[in-house]
Write a protein that binds this ligand. Structure first.
Ligand code: AMP
Ligand code: ZN
Length: 485
């Protein structure tokens, strides 16, 4: 499988350290607010990676953190504390906010068919692990205390700019983004591992540490949680592109300084979902959540389909018009699958199935090209083969795509069946109430047969006969209905 690696800047053949087993770490949500649909694009694409590796036969262990402490509004060490901001906004405690938005995040994941990672770990449950690693970094000379806080000393590293898209200039921009410069830092790129001197007097969550009462910086949590559950090596580390710097750069710095060897070989970054007016935001403009889409009548799985239609390494523009188009395409796809379910009784043609499957795996082996994988789905519908083979292929692809196509198609059939049953019941009731019913039905059928045989004279004769009895015929594409009067 070819997977683009942000660390090497190339499309690399993916090889886990241990044959047949893959360890994945994915940066999780900061639970101070709902996830926006941009965040969820990243989680969906990570879900595709996770599911596709499992589909390909790997044993996958995936870990995700929940950031419930330490993340400031700038990804550097400046700005407000996001959790504190959320708590103040809703007049609740930080832990109440964390619980509420963690649950909301998983509810969104469920709606979007995002598999819950094998391990979910909130930062606040790993404080001892953070302290242990920070102590080791100080001991090894990679961290220092200044003004009460503990900082990572980036000048001690042979190389710091892990994702070499980021040069000195980008870094300066990254630092300038912050509100105020931190005079304690020896080097511009140094970052906080542990805060004791916080600018937030009302910091709610604090812990005892060898350096005084305080709380951890944001970056240390991912390194520690990954190492706690995956050991000294991690095969693939994922996140949105904004995580590459400084977050992932700092994760690599501290993890490799601590371990003394290479930590994670493969890095996958998902490009952003933007709006026509630019960056997606939780604080300005329309706050785009899954619930908002639902309230406007959109299905979460149509949004998943919308995301699958583009490649994760391209930024994607969200607009309602684009989502409408995706919804129309999704509904058409489902409508084509529904009749297949009625004819699912033949044997699967193994050769055709293998050909169809190859198109699908070729697409995903090519750096998770989900839009080509969707094309492979259309190829199934166009294939010259029986319903059983088509359905077997769709069911197979759906283990990865998880678009809910079979369930949605079955729902169409169930609705059709319910409509037909209601009609039959209405007919039976009419027959019971009308002694002439069977005779009139027989005449209507005879007229239909005459028309089919192009015996129009006979058809007209029957119509006139019924008209004389006060019965009107209504012809439509579905057949002929009749009514008295
Ligand atoms: P956060 O909760 O802010 O820590 O972000 C959660 C995840 O969403 C991270 O992996 C981010 O990199 C990612 N992310 C943030 N904004 C976007 C966006 N507009 N589109 C896609 N992913 C995003
Ligand atoms: Zn992280």
């Amino acid at each position: 499988m070819i997977l683009y690696n942000s660390l090497t800047h190339s499309r690399d053949e993916f090889k886990p350290r241990e044959e047949g087993k893959v360890s994945i770490y994915t940066c999780g949500p900061t639970v101070y607010h709902y996830a926006h649909i941009g965040n969820l694009r990243t989680y969906m694409m990570e879900d595709i990676l996770d599911r596709y590796l499992r589909y390909s036969g790997y044993e996958v262990k995936r870990v995700m953190n929940i950031t419930d402490v330490g993340h400031l509004t700038s990804d550097g060490d400046t700005g407000d504390d996001k959790m504190l901001k959320g708590a103040k906004r809703e007049k609740k405690t930080v832990m109440e906010i964390a619980k509420f938005y963690t649950d909301a995040f998983f509810a969104d994941c469920k709606k979007l068919n995002i598999r819950i990672p094998d391990v979910i770990e909130p930062a606040t449950s790993c404080i001892d692990d953070f302290i242990r690693v920070i102590e080791a970094l100080i001991e090894k000379g990679y961290a220092y205390e200044a003004g009460g806080n503990i900082y990572f000393d980036t000048s001690k590293l042979e190389s710091y700019y892990a994702f070499h898209d980021f040069n000195e200039e980008d870094l300066e921009v990254g630092v300038r983004e912050g509100v105020e410069a931190d005079g304690n830092k020896r080097n511009r790129a140094d970052f906080v591992l542990w805060f004791t001197k916080s600018k937030f007097d009302d910091q709610e969550l604090k812990w005892q540490s060898p350096w005084g009462i305080g709380y951890p910086g944001w970056h240390i949590e991912c390194s520690c949680i990954a190492m706690k559950h995956l050991g000294e090596y991690c095969d693939i580390h994922c996140g949105g592109i904004d995580n590459a710097f400084p977050h992932h750069t700092n994760e690599i710095a501290q993890s490799e300084a601590y371990l003394g060897h290479e930590w994670c070989r493969h890095w996958m970054h998902v490009l952003h979902l933007n709006t026509n007016s630019g960056k997606m935001s939780k604080s300005s403009g329309e706050f785009l959540t899954v619930s908002l889409l639902e309230s406007k009548g959109y299905s979460p799985l149509a949004y998943r389909f919308f995301c699958m239609q583009s490649h994760y390494r391209k930024s994607l523009v969200f607009s309602y018009e684009n989502l409408d188009n995706a919804t129309t395409a999704y509904n058409k796809l489902v409508a084509k699958i529904a009749p297949l379910l009625r004819g699912d009784d033949g044997a699967v043609d193994a050769e055709v199935f293998a050909q169809l499957k190859k198109r699908f795996t070729d697409a995903l082996d090519n750096d998770l090209n989900t839009s080509l994988a969707v094309t492979a789905l259309y190829d199934v519908l166009k294939a010259k083969t029986n319903a059983a083979t088509k359905l077997a292929a769709i069911r197979d692809f759906e283990q990865v795509l998880m678009l809910g196509l079979i369930d949605a198609a079955a729902a169409i059939n169930a609705a059709e069946d319910a409509e037909a049953a209601a009609k039959a019941a209405a007919k039976a009731a009419a027959a019971a109430a009308d002694p002439e019913y069977a005779r009139i039905e027989a005449l209507v059928e005879a007229r239909t047969a005459a028309k089919k045989a192009r015996d129009f004279a006979e058809a007209d004769r029957i119509r006139d006969l019924l008209a004389a009895e006060g019965i009107t015929l209504i012809d439509s594409a579905k057949g002929t209905e009749w009514k008295r009067g």
